[in-house]
Design a protein around this ligand. Structure first.
Ligand SMILES: Cc1cc2nc3c(=O)[nH]c(=O)nc-3n(C[C@H](O)[C@H](O)[C@H](O)COP(=O)(O)O)c2cc1C
Length: 168
C-alpha cells in the first residue's frame, strides 16, 4: 500500500465490533504518534488510553452518540499548553497544530493495521477534564475511538474538493 492508498483507506469509522485491540497494535499506533513532528520538537501532548468500563462511560457521556459507544477503547489526545511553542511575533500557540499531526498519525497507523478510528472534537470538554483531572493548561482536544471495523459499516465515497479548487 502506498501513501495515497493509505490516505484513501483511512476513513471516519462509525461502527465497531467488540473485539479488543491487541496490545501490539495499540503500541505500534502510539509509537507512530510519538514520532510525529511538533514545533521546536516540544511534543506538547499526552495520550490517555481509556479501556475500563468506568472510563468509557465517562468518555461516552462527553459525546453521546450510539455509534461512539461501540468502540472497545478510546484515545484522548490532550494538548499540554504549558509545553507548546508560542510564536514570538504574535504569541500564536502551536499546540493545536502539533496535536492534529499526532492524531492523524494515529488514524493513519490504525488504518494501516486494518483498524478503524474517527476524529471526534464535537464533545463536552469539561466532562473529560473532570474525569482525567486535567489542569487548566491541559486541553482535551480530540477523542479517538479505536477498534475493529464492523462488517455492516457502509463506507461512503470520499467527497473532496478538486485539486483545481484548492491548489494555487
Ligand atoms: C478536527 C476534526 C473534528 C471532527 N469531529 C468529528 C466529530 O465530532 N464527530 C464525527 O462524527 N466526526 C468528526 N470528524 C470527522 C469528519 O466528519 C470527517 O473526517 C470528514 O467528514 C471526512 O470524512 P473521512 O474522515 O471519512 O474522510 C472530525 C474531523 C476532524 C478533522
Amino acid at each position: 500500500m502506498n501513501f495515497l492508498e493509505l490516505c484513501l483507506k483511512r476513513s471516519s469509522i462509525r461502527s465497531y465490533t467488540d473485539e479488543k485491540v491487541s496490545s501490539e497494535d495499540l503500541e505500534y499506533i502510539l509509537k507512530c504518534a510519538q514520532y510525529a513532528p511538533s514545533a521546536v520538537n516540544y511534543q506538547p501532548w499526552k495520550f490517555y488510553i481509556v479501556e475500563s468500563q468506568e472510563g468509557k462511560s465517562a468518555v461516552q457521556k462527553a459525546y453521546e452518540r450510539d455509534w461512539f459507544k461501540t468502540a472497545p477503547l478510546y484515545i484522548v489526545a490532550v494538548i499540554e499548553h504549558s509545553e507548546s511553542w508560542k510564536r514570538k511575533t504574535d504569541n500564536k500557540d502551536h499546540g493545536e497544530i502539533d496535536i492534529a499531526i499526532a492524531v492523524e498519525h494515529i488514524c493513519l497507523a490504525a488504518a494501516e493495521k486494518g483498524l478503524g478510528t474517527c476524529w471526534v472534537c464535537n464533545f463536552e470538554p469539561q466532562i473529560i477534564k473532570d474525569f482525567l483531572k486535567l489542569s487548566d493548561n491541559q486541553e482535551p482536544a480530540v477523542l479517538i475511538p479505536l477498534g475493529h471495523i464492523s462488517k455492516d459499516f457502509q463506507q461512503k465515497d470520499k467527497q473532496r474538493k478538486t485539486l483545481k479548487e484548492i491548489v494555487f
